[in-house]
Design a protein around this ligand. Sequence first.
Ligand SMILES: NC(=O)c1ccc[n+]([C@@H]2O[C@H](COP(=O)([O-])OP(=O)(O)OC[C@H]3O[C@@H](n4cnc5c(N)ncnc54)[C@H](OP(=O)(O)O)[C@@H]3O)[C@@H](O)[C@H]2O)c1
Length: 306
Amino acid sequence: MAKQKADFTKSASLGISSVNLPPLAIGTWRLGHSHETEKEAIRLAIDKGINFIDTAEIYHTEKLVGEAIKGHDNVFVATKVSPANFHHDDVLKACDRSLANLGVKAIDLYQLHWPNNRVPIRETMLAMEDLVDKGKVKHIGVSNFSIEELQEAQEAMRLQSIVSNQIEMSVLVRDAENGMLEYCKENNILVLAYSPFSEGLLFKKYPKTLKLLEGIGKRYNKTAAQVALNWLLMHDNVIPIVQMGRKEHVLENLGALDFKLNEDDMTLIGSNPEKRRSNEQRWGWLTKNTSFWASLMGRSYGKKDR
Ligand SMILES: NC(=O)c1ccc[n+]([C@@H]2O[C@H](COP(=O)([O-])OP(=O)(O)OC[C@H]3O[C@@H](n4cnc5c(N)ncnc54)[C@H](OP(=O)(O)O)[C@@H]3O)[C@@H](O)[C@H]2O)c1
């Protein structure tokens, strides 16, 4: 089968803004256990052009990110406010904490981490707009929002536009195909696809899918990880966020950028019957409130906090 030359060196654009982003973003959820190795991996990714990094106040990795990016100009930093802090003044305070942790003057993309049905969305979105007015936030995004929730959040704002929705999407988790991808494309909302390897479980718990990806990869001289990322990259308006806490994973994942899966292989992966229930399907009923997130906030998950 003929190999296609990739053009993923092209950047994706961030919503209606004029910002160009690299084709991949660096995830940091489960980092914080091996600081020096992880910082080296982040710096390698940045040096290789992956200058987009995602964190969240709840991850306890903002300080680590701040240390890793120190001295690097031109890194696009995304973080998230926890739904425990969705009341107006709490959003402002959370942002100040994140700015201090990250050591930056402004957050490039500030995202609502998850919907919270207990706080009026207007209150939260107006606080986000206040942060843009103050110059502390450059762009507003959301995460794990449904189409309806996206519409409500957008309508709640006076001037700003939601530029991105960060959602779970991978060869195993395919909820986004039920209208979300089309909606985001039509409305200039960038899709940030999180957990592209299903938190690494793709390599451990899904042997059938892994075998499929490995088989396809042989035709391109690529690994299963590279095929899984390339499948996401082949979707318009989607940037995968992948955690890579080790240099060897950074280098392997960069190898996802220089080829293109052909249509037959896209279809083969697209029709793979093995699926994983998304975070939203598993936890959505439990999570859309303040107390759930407040209970998570204090936990460090054994991470070495600075
Ligand atoms: N908004 C949300 O609610 C939400 C939820 C989940 C995740 N996220 C974001 O999305 C990011 C990525 O998702 P994720 O961390 O859940 O999982 P993921 O990126 O799907 O998988 C990460 C795991 O895969 C490993 N890995 C990376 N490259 C690999 C390769 N080439 N071969 C084999 N293993 C590889 C990583 O190991 P090493 O780290 O050791 O390299 C890590 O164990 C998060 O870090 C976070 O920024 C957001």
